[in-house]
Design a protein around this ligand. Structure first.
Ligand code: SF4
Length: 97
């Protein structure tokens, strides 16, 4: 299965209301995968930078350990670097509930 189809499948299954508000909705999902090249990454990041659900998208990708694509404006490599910081924040947020 192509990764773009997989992302569509995931979005389709997890059709939470926040996902409907993404700036990428209706766009070709291939834009959001780095194998399309640096230009595609820059395009995807520009779209994400104006997205109202950027944080929810990043949280979703981190929770589900998404290995591929740009989520919440971050590439897979950037998400790996963010992992520890994100987990600490998530634990901190949980302790407040
Ligand atoms: S942050 Fe980017 S990938 Fe996530 S929903 Fe928004 S536009 Fe789509």
């Amino acid at each position: 299965m192509k990764k773009s189809a997989l992302k569509e499948l995931i979005f389709g299954i997890e059709s939470a209301s926040w996902m409907q508000k993404g700036k990428c909705r209706g766009l070709q999902t291939d834009i959001f995968y780095s194998e399309q090249g640096r230009r595609s990454i820059n395009t995807a990041k520009a779209i994400c930078s104006e997205c109202p659900i950027r944080q929810q998208c990043l949280d979703y990708a981190m929770r589900n350990q998404e290995l591929y694509g740009i989520w919440g404006g971050h590439t897979e490599i950037e998400r790996k670097k963010l992992r520890k910081e994100w987990e600490e924040k998530a634990l901190n947020d949980l302790s407040k509930t």
